[in-house]
Design a protein around this ligand. Sequence first.
Ligand SMILES: C[C@@]1(CC(=O)O)c2cc3[nH]c(cc4nc(cc5[nH]c(cc(n2)[C@H]1CCC(=O)O)[C@@](C)(CC(=O)O)[C@@H]5CCC(=O)O)C(CC(=O)O)=C4CCC(=O)O)c(CCC(=O)O)c3CC(=O)O
Ligand SMILES: NC(=O)C1=CN([C@@H]2O[C@H](COP(=O)(O)OP(=O)(O)OC[C@H]3O[C@@H](n4cnc5c(N)ncnc54)[C@H](O)[C@@H]3O)[C@@H](O)[C@H]2O)C=CC1
Length: 218
Amino acid sequence: MIPLLHDFTDATVLVVGGGPVGARKARRFAREAQVVVVSPAFADRDFGEAELIRAAPTADEVPAWLERTTPALVVAATDDEAINEAVADAARDRGVLVNRADRSGEREADSVVVPATVREDPVTVAVATGGTAPALSKHLRQELEETLDGAGEMARVCAGLREELKARDVAVDRRREIVTDVVNSPDVWTALRTGTSNCPQVIEDVLGEELATEGDQP
Ligand SMILES: C[C@@]1(CC(=O)O)c2cc3[nH]c(cc4nc(cc5[nH]c(cc(n2)[C@H]1CCC(=O)O)[C@@](C)(CC(=O)O)[C@@H]5CCC(=O)O)C(CC(=O)O)=C4CCC(=O)O)c(CCC(=O)O)c3CC(=O)O
Ligand SMILES: NC(=O)C1=CN([C@@H]2O[C@H](COP(=O)(O)OP(=O)(O)OC[C@H]3O[C@@H](n4cnc5c(N)ncnc54)[C@H](O)[C@@H]3O)[C@@H](O)[C@H]2O)C=CC1
Protein backbone atom coordinates (compact mmCIF):
# COMPACT_ATOMS: atom_id res chain seq x y z
CA MET A 1 0.00 0.00 0.00
CA ILE A 2 1.15 3.51 -0.81
CA PRO A 3 0.38 6.47 1.47
CA LEU A 4 -1.33 9.47 -0.13
CA LEU A 5 -3.07 12.52 1.36
CA HIS A 6 -6.69 12.75 0.25
CA ASP A 7 -8.74 15.98 0.36
CA PHE A 8 -12.25 15.20 1.65
CA THR A 9 -13.57 18.77 1.55
CA ASP A 10 -17.21 18.73 0.35
CA ALA A 11 -17.14 14.90 0.21
CA THR A 12 -19.34 12.50 2.18
CA VAL A 13 -17.96 9.63 4.24
CA LEU A 14 -20.42 6.90 5.20
CA VAL A 15 -19.58 4.93 8.35
CA VAL A 16 -21.54 1.72 8.87
CA GLY A 17 -21.42 0.72 12.55
CA GLY A 18 -21.60 3.04 15.56
CA GLY A 19 -19.31 1.31 18.08
CA PRO A 20 -16.08 2.77 19.47
CA VAL A 21 -14.27 2.05 16.20
CA GLY A 22 -17.01 3.66 14.07
CA ALA A 23 -16.88 6.67 16.39
CA ARG A 24 -13.10 6.99 16.04
CA LYS A 25 -13.28 6.84 12.25
CA ALA A 26 -16.25 9.26 12.16
CA ARG A 27 -14.36 11.76 14.33
CA ARG A 28 -11.32 11.44 12.11
CA PHE A 29 -13.13 12.19 8.86
CA ALA A 30 -15.57 14.75 10.29
CA ARG A 31 -12.76 17.28 10.63
CA GLU A 32 -13.03 17.67 6.85
CA ALA A 33 -15.86 15.61 5.31
CA GLN A 34 -19.63 15.37 5.82
CA VAL A 35 -19.87 12.17 7.84
CA VAL A 36 -22.98 9.99 8.08
CA VAL A 37 -22.98 7.11 10.57
CA VAL A 38 -25.62 4.39 10.16
CA SER A 39 -26.12 2.03 13.09
CA PRO A 40 -28.91 0.53 15.22
CA ALA A 41 -27.07 1.72 18.35
CA PHE A 42 -24.37 4.27 19.09
CA ALA A 43 -21.56 3.95 21.63
CA ASP A 44 -21.33 6.71 24.21
CA ARG A 45 -18.43 8.28 22.33
CA ASP A 46 -17.56 11.49 20.51
CA PHE A 47 -18.63 11.18 16.85
CA GLY A 48 -17.40 14.67 15.95
CA GLU A 49 -19.88 16.60 13.84
CA ALA A 50 -21.17 13.43 12.19
CA GLU A 51 -24.85 12.92 11.40
CA LEU A 52 -26.08 9.82 13.24
CA ILE A 53 -28.84 7.78 11.59
CA ARG A 54 -30.45 4.96 13.55
CA ALA A 55 -30.97 1.99 11.23
CA ALA A 56 -29.74 -1.59 10.88
CA PRO A 57 -29.40 -2.28 7.17
CA THR A 58 -29.36 -5.90 6.05
CA ALA A 59 -26.71 -6.95 3.55
CA ASP A 60 -29.27 -6.46 0.75
CA GLU A 61 -30.09 -2.95 1.92
CA VAL A 62 -26.49 -1.75 2.09
CA PRO A 63 -26.21 -0.70 -1.60
CA ALA A 64 -29.23 1.64 -1.16
CA TRP A 65 -27.34 3.49 1.60
CA LEU A 66 -24.46 4.16 -0.77
CA GLU A 67 -26.95 5.20 -3.45
CA ARG A 68 -28.58 7.64 -1.05
CA THR A 69 -25.46 9.19 0.47
CA THR A 70 -23.08 9.04 -2.58
CA PRO A 71 -19.97 8.82 -0.41
CA ALA A 72 -16.35 9.21 -1.53
CA LEU A 73 -15.38 6.66 1.13
CA VAL A 74 -17.27 4.02 3.09
CA VAL A 75 -16.07 2.66 6.42
CA ALA A 76 -17.23 -0.86 7.36
CA ALA A 77 -17.07 -0.87 11.17
CA THR A 78 -19.83 -3.21 12.33
CA ASP A 79 -19.24 -6.36 14.40
CA ASP A 80 -21.08 -8.35 11.71
CA GLU A 81 -18.72 -9.77 9.12
CA ALA A 82 -21.49 -10.33 6.55
CA ILE A 83 -22.52 -6.67 6.75
CA ASN A 84 -18.91 -5.49 6.49
CA GLU A 85 -18.50 -7.76 3.46
CA ALA A 86 -21.68 -6.30 1.88
CA VAL A 87 -20.34 -2.78 2.49
CA ALA A 88 -17.07 -3.67 0.76
CA ASP A 89 -18.93 -5.27 -2.18
CA ALA A 90 -21.27 -2.29 -2.61
CA ALA A 91 -18.30 0.10 -2.50
CA ARG A 92 -16.43 -1.92 -5.10
CA ASP A 93 -19.51 -1.95 -7.37
CA ARG A 94 -19.68 1.84 -7.23
CA GLY A 95 -15.92 2.38 -7.47
CA VAL A 96 -15.92 4.02 -4.04
CA LEU A 97 -13.01 3.82 -1.58
CA VAL A 98 -13.58 1.39 1.30
CA ASN A 99 -12.01 1.03 4.73
CA ARG A 100 -12.69 -2.30 6.45
CA ALA A 101 -12.04 -1.96 10.16
CA ASP A 102 -12.31 -5.71 10.74
CA ARG A 103 -9.57 -6.77 8.32
CA SER A 104 -5.84 -6.49 7.98
CA GLY A 105 -3.48 -8.06 5.51
CA GLU A 106 -4.50 -8.67 1.92
CA ARG A 107 -6.83 -6.13 0.40
CA GLU A 108 -8.64 -5.50 -2.82
CA ALA A 109 -8.74 -2.59 -5.24
CA ASP A 110 -10.13 0.64 -3.73
CA SER A 111 -9.40 -0.48 -0.17
CA VAL A 112 -7.74 2.00 2.14
CA VAL A 113 -6.31 1.76 5.63
CA VAL A 114 -6.55 4.48 8.26
CA PRO A 115 -3.10 5.26 9.67
CA ALA A 116 -2.31 6.66 13.10
CA THR A 117 -1.81 10.36 12.49
CA VAL A 118 0.01 13.23 14.14
CA ARG A 119 -1.01 16.70 13.11
CA GLU A 120 0.91 19.88 13.72
CA ASP A 121 -0.74 21.87 10.98
CA PRO A 122 0.41 22.12 8.25
CA VAL A 123 2.62 19.13 9.09
CA THR A 124 1.10 15.64 8.98
CA VAL A 125 2.79 12.34 9.84
CA ALA A 126 1.04 9.00 9.28
CA VAL A 127 2.07 5.65 10.73
CA ALA A 128 0.96 2.19 9.62
CA THR A 129 2.25 -1.32 10.17
CA GLY A 130 0.78 -3.09 7.16
CA GLY A 131 -2.12 -4.00 9.43
CA THR A 132 0.10 -6.20 11.59
CA ALA A 133 0.25 -4.11 14.77
CA PRO A 134 -2.20 -1.19 15.15
CA ALA A 135 -1.20 -0.89 18.82
CA LEU A 136 2.36 -0.17 17.64
CA SER A 137 1.06 2.50 15.24
CA LYS A 138 -0.68 4.11 18.20
CA HIS A 139 2.44 3.91 20.38
CA LEU A 140 4.66 5.45 17.69
CA ARG A 141 2.05 8.16 17.10
CA GLN A 142 2.25 9.09 20.79
CA GLU A 143 6.06 9.24 20.63
CA LEU A 144 5.99 11.31 17.45
CA GLU A 145 3.69 13.85 19.09
CA GLU A 146 6.68 14.94 21.18
CA THR A 147 9.09 14.97 18.24
CA LEU A 148 6.71 17.10 16.20
CA ASP A 149 6.18 19.73 18.88
CA GLY A 150 6.92 23.05 17.14
CA ALA A 151 6.98 21.57 13.63
CA GLY A 152 3.91 23.54 12.52
CA GLU A 153 5.55 26.81 13.54
CA MET A 154 8.81 25.69 11.90
CA ALA A 155 6.91 25.06 8.65
CA ARG A 156 5.51 28.59 8.81
CA VAL A 157 9.04 29.95 9.39
CA CYS A 158 10.32 28.10 6.31
CA ALA A 159 7.40 29.23 4.14
CA GLY A 160 7.85 32.85 5.23
CA LEU A 161 11.61 32.73 4.71
CA ARG A 162 11.27 31.25 1.23
CA GLU A 163 8.86 34.02 0.30
CA GLU A 164 11.03 36.83 1.72
CA LEU A 165 14.26 35.49 0.21
CA LYS A 166 12.60 35.14 -3.21
CA ALA A 167 11.28 38.69 -2.96
CA ARG A 168 14.85 39.86 -2.24
CA ASP A 169 16.16 37.91 -5.26
CA VAL A 170 18.50 35.82 -3.13
CA ALA A 171 20.07 33.11 -5.32
CA VAL A 172 18.34 29.75 -5.18
CA ASP A 173 21.37 27.89 -3.75
CA ARG A 174 21.74 30.41 -0.94
CA ARG A 175 17.99 30.24 -0.25
CA ARG A 176 18.16 26.48 0.18
CA GLU A 177 21.20 26.82 2.44
CA ILE A 178 19.48 29.36 4.70
CA VAL A 179 16.24 27.39 5.00
CA THR A 180 18.14 24.12 5.63
CA ASP A 181 20.26 25.75 8.33
CA VAL A 182 17.15 27.07 10.10
CA VAL A 183 15.41 23.67 9.99
CA ASN A 184 18.54 22.02 11.41
CA SER A 185 19.14 24.60 14.13
CA PRO A 186 18.54 23.21 17.65
CA ASP A 187 18.41 26.82 18.92
CA VAL A 188 15.52 27.73 16.61
CA TRP A 189 13.60 24.57 17.57
CA THR A 190 14.07 25.34 21.27
CA ALA A 191 13.03 28.97 20.79
CA LEU A 192 9.85 27.96 18.91
CA ARG A 193 8.99 25.23 21.41
CA THR A 194 9.49 27.37 24.50
CA GLY A 195 7.88 30.44 22.97
CA THR A 196 11.01 32.58 23.44
CA SER A 197 10.69 33.34 19.73
CA ASN A 198 7.98 33.03 17.11
CA CYS A 199 7.65 32.81 13.34
CA PRO A 200 7.89 36.55 12.45
CA GLN A 201 10.76 37.03 14.93
CA VAL A 202 12.84 34.12 13.57
CA ILE A 203 12.31 35.36 10.00
CA GLU A 204 13.37 38.86 10.98
CA ASP A 205 16.50 37.55 12.77
CA VAL A 206 17.57 35.36 9.84
CA LEU A 207 16.99 38.09 7.26
CA GLY A 208 18.88 40.56 9.46
CA GLU A 209 21.87 38.21 9.68
CA GLU A 210 21.78 37.57 5.94
CA LEU A 211 21.76 41.28 5.11
CA ALA A 212 24.64 41.86 7.56
CA THR A 213 26.65 39.01 5.93
CA GLU A 214 26.00 40.43 2.47
CA GLY A 215 27.18 43.82 3.70
CA ASP A 216 30.46 42.24 4.91
CA GLN A 217 31.21 40.85 1.49
CA PRO A 218 33.55 42.87 -0.75
C1 LIG B 1 -5.89 -2.69 9.24
C2 LIG B 1 -6.52 -1.57 10.06
C3 LIG B 1 -7.77 -1.17 9.27
C4 LIG B 1 -8.29 0.21 9.55
O1 LIG B 1 -9.00 0.34 10.54
O2 LIG B 1 -8.00 1.10 8.74
C5 LIG B 1 -6.86 -1.97 11.46
C6 LIG B 1 -7.42 -3.19 11.79
C7 LIG B 1 -7.59 -3.73 13.07
N1 LIG B 1 -7.30 -3.08 14.26
C8 LIG B 1 -7.48 -3.92 15.31
C9 LIG B 1 -7.20 -3.65 16.67
C10 LIG B 1 -6.78 -2.43 17.22
N2 LIG B 1 -6.71 -1.23 16.55
C11 LIG B 1 -6.26 -0.25 17.39
C12 LIG B 1 -6.08 1.11 17.06
C13 LIG B 1 -6.01 1.66 15.78
N3 LIG B 1 -6.16 0.95 14.61
C14 LIG B 1 -5.87 1.74 13.54
C15 LIG B 1 -5.80 1.31 12.24
C16 LIG B 1 -5.99 0.04 11.70
N4 LIG B 1 -6.56 -1.00 12.35
C17 LIG B 1 -5.60 -0.35 10.32
C18 LIG B 1 -4.13 -0.78 10.27
C19 LIG B 1 -3.13 0.30 10.65
C20 LIG B 1 -1.74 -0.25 10.71
O3 LIG B 1 -1.28 -0.74 9.65
O4 LIG B 1 -1.10 -0.19 11.77
C21 LIG B 1 -5.43 3.11 14.00
C22 LIG B 1 -3.92 3.22 13.75
C23 LIG B 1 -6.10 4.25 13.24
C24 LIG B 1 -7.58 4.45 13.57
O5 LIG B 1 -8.35 3.50 13.55
O6 LIG B 1 -7.91 5.61 13.84
C25 LIG B 1 -5.82 3.11 15.52
C26 LIG B 1 -4.82 3.82 16.47
C27 LIG B 1 -5.10 5.31 16.37
C28 LIG B 1 -4.31 6.11 17.35
O7 LIG B 1 -4.60 6.07 18.57
O8 LIG B 1 -3.44 6.85 16.89
C29 LIG B 1 -6.03 -0.83 18.67
C30 LIG B 1 -5.47 -0.09 19.87
C31 LIG B 1 -6.54 0.62 20.68
O9 LIG B 1 -7.73 0.54 20.34
O10 LIG B 1 -6.15 1.20 21.70
C32 LIG B 1 -6.39 -2.19 18.58
C33 LIG B 1 -6.31 -3.25 19.70
C34 LIG B 1 -4.87 -3.72 19.84
C35 LIG B 1 -4.36 -4.55 18.67
O11 LIG B 1 -5.00 -5.55 18.32
O12 LIG B 1 -3.28 -4.18 18.14
C36 LIG B 1 -7.98 -5.15 14.78
C37 LIG B 1 -8.26 -6.38 15.61
C38 LIG B 1 -9.72 -6.38 16.11
C39 LIG B 1 -10.02 -7.68 16.86
O13 LIG B 1 -9.14 -8.25 17.51
O14 LIG B 1 -11.18 -8.09 16.74
C40 LIG B 1 -8.09 -5.01 13.40
C41 LIG B 1 -8.61 -6.00 12.39
C42 LIG B 1 -7.60 -7.08 12.11
O15 LIG B 1 -6.42 -6.95 12.48
O16 LIG B 1 -8.00 -8.08 11.50
N1 LIG C 1 -9.71 -1.06 12.83
C1 LIG C 1 -9.61 -0.90 14.12
O1 LIG C 1 -8.95 0.02 14.59
C2 LIG C 1 -10.28 -1.88 15.02
C3 LIG C 1 -11.17 -2.74 14.48
N2 LIG C 1 -11.88 -3.60 15.23
C4 LIG C 1 -12.87 -4.37 14.47
O2 LIG C 1 -13.96 -3.44 14.18
C5 LIG C 1 -15.23 -3.99 14.59
C6 LIG C 1 -16.02 -2.90 15.31
O3 LIG C 1 -15.36 -2.60 16.52
P1 LIG C 1 -16.16 -1.93 17.74
O4 LIG C 1 -16.66 -0.60 17.34
O5 LIG C 1 -15.31 -2.04 18.95
O6 LIG C 1 -17.38 -2.98 17.85
P2 LIG C 1 -18.82 -2.89 18.56
O7 LIG C 1 -19.36 -4.28 18.58
O8 LIG C 1 -18.73 -2.12 19.84
O9 LIG C 1 -19.68 -1.99 17.56
C7 LIG C 1 -20.25 -2.47 16.40
C8 LIG C 1 -21.35 -1.52 15.98
O10 LIG C 1 -21.94 -1.98 14.76
C9 LIG C 1 -23.34 -1.81 14.86
N3 LIG C 1 -24.04 -2.69 13.91
C10 LIG C 1 -24.36 -4.01 14.05
N4 LIG C 1 -25.05 -4.41 12.98
C11 LIG C 1 -25.17 -3.35 12.14
C12 LIG C 1 -25.78 -3.14 10.88
N5 LIG C 1 -26.43 -4.12 10.24
N6 LIG C 1 -25.69 -1.93 10.31
C13 LIG C 1 -25.05 -0.92 10.94
N7 LIG C 1 -24.46 -1.07 12.14
C14 LIG C 1 -24.51 -2.26 12.72
C15 LIG C 1 -23.65 -2.12 16.33
O11 LIG C 1 -24.88 -1.57 16.72
C16 LIG C 1 -22.47 -1.42 17.02
O12 LIG C 1 -22.79 -0.05 17.21
C17 LIG C 1 -14.88 -5.18 15.52
O13 LIG C 1 -15.79 -6.21 15.29
C18 LIG C 1 -13.46 -5.57 15.12
O14 LIG C 1 -13.52 -6.57 14.13
C19 LIG C 1 -11.72 -3.62 16.59
C20 LIG C 1 -10.83 -2.81 17.23
C21 LIG C 1 -10.03 -1.86 16.48
